[in-house]
Design a protein around this ligand. Structure first.
Ligand SMILES: *Cc1c(COP(=O)(O)O)cnc(C)c1O
Length: 363
């Protein structure tokens, strides 16, 4: 027998891992380059100290105060508003999505997405014993609705996972596509992963607006990107309250620690400051897209805080050349493309200079 006695389908697999290298300019995992302000840090510290005094007790299992704050925050993105009963949260939206599959997919059921897409989705499927089916996106990374509908018709998925904006391409989905797919997948859930929702360009609506019309629609968000809180691990969703009740059945007891709840609540009090940085990052992104195109690169339209660009005959050589110059980007997406996160103006300059040098060498 082989040791350790892993499940057959896990044998020989490597754990998820974008390299965590100590490099001066880190543009590889779409983090917000701006840390919280001293005021926000002080508020977080005060809130954690307060929570610490009652750490002998289990936390509020229903995280009522946090659900109220998240509902208030989300209500700004939809004229219909969001109630706390529609909100669920967990340790990162990765955990939210795993819980969704635990409750609504599993053995004998199918989860479906369209490539290129977020590399974690097939892992949730594998870990919950869900069959994974993947369709494709078009050359420009948009979704062909006829293809999507046909695939849904064929496989009757329990869960369809669609990031909007998509990772790694930055592509946002139009409302009519989301609405159409909600109808096509009426027997299951349509999860629109808006991890990068706050970075969408002006005029691009959030799927939150469609919630009243589609009871099978789930919109997930995270505090990891726009709220610059990747280290705290807080993701959440908005959906029909009945769907949240289903998740309660599978969640681990007291899954959201009192410390996490305190940190997230404190960060939400500094929403205005944190979202101000989002506006700067959106401008920085648009400028970066423009610069890359001027240099003759192909660039995918981006509504996120990253840009997919290419195409390189040897993208690994370009990635390595950038790393040698102290800039780490992500080697992901279709062959020939690289993904760069939007950093501070200084970081962008360093990236642009390094890329110019590298492309001259490698081309
Ligand atoms: C970053 C990201 C998330 C967020 O993950 P967390 O677990 O909340 O940090 C979710 N979906 C996509 C597509 C992402 O890129």
């Amino acid at each position: 027998m082989t040791w350790p006695p892993l499940r057959d389908e896990l044998r020989g697999l490597e754990p998820y891992g974008a390299p965590q290298l100590d490099v001066p300019v880190q543009l590889n995992v779409n983090e917000n380059p701006y840390g919280p302000s001293p005021e926000c840090v002080a508020d977080i510290a005060r809130s954690v100290a307060e929570a610490a005094s009652t750490l002998n007790r289990y936390p509020d299992r229903e995280f009522v105060a946090l659900r109220e704050a998240l509902a208030r925050y989300l209500s700004k993105d939809t004229p219909h508003g969001i109630t706390p009963a529609q909100v669920w949260a967990a340790n990162g939206s990765n955990e939210v999505m795993l819980q969704l599959l635990q409750a609504y997919a599993g053995p004998g059921r199918v989860a479906l997405s369209f490539a290129p897409t977020y590399s974690m989705y097939p892992e949730y499927a594998r870990d919950t014993g869900t069959q994974w089916v993947v369709g494709h996106r078009e050359e420009d990374f948009s979704l062909d609705l006829d293809h999507a509908r046909a695939l849904i018709e064929e496989h009757r998925p329990a869960v369809v996972l669609l990031p909007s904006p998509n990772n790694p391409t930055g592509t946002a989905l139009p409302h009519d596509a989301i609405a159409g797919l909600c109808e096509a997948a009426a027997d299951g859930l349509l999860v629109v992963d808006e991890a990068y929702g706050e970075f969408r360009r002006a005029g691009v609506p959030s799927a939150l607006e469609l919630l009243p019309e589609h009871r099978n629609l789930v919109v997930t968000r995270t505090m990891s990107k726009a709220f610059a809180l990747a280290g705290a691990r807080l993701g959440y969703l908005a959906a029909d309250p009945a769907l949240c009740d289903g998740i309660r059945v599978v969640r681990l007891p007291y899954h959201l620690s009192a410390v996490t709840q305190a940190v997230a609540l404190a960060a939400l009090r500094h929403e205005r400051e944190l979202l101000g940085k989002v506006d700067e990052l959106r401008d920085e992104r648009d400028a970066l897209v423009g610069w890359l195109r001027e240099q003759g690169h192909e660039v995918a339209e981006s509504d996120a805080n990253f840009v997919l660009f290419g195409r390189f005959r040897d993208r690994h050589a370009v990635w390595q050349g950038l790393l040698d110059r102290g800039v780490i980007v992500r080697e992901t997406g279709p062959d020939g493309w690289l993904r760069v996160s939007v950093g501070t103006p200084d970081e962008t300059k360093t990236f642009e200079l390094a890329l110019s040098q590298v492309t001259e060498e490698v081309a």
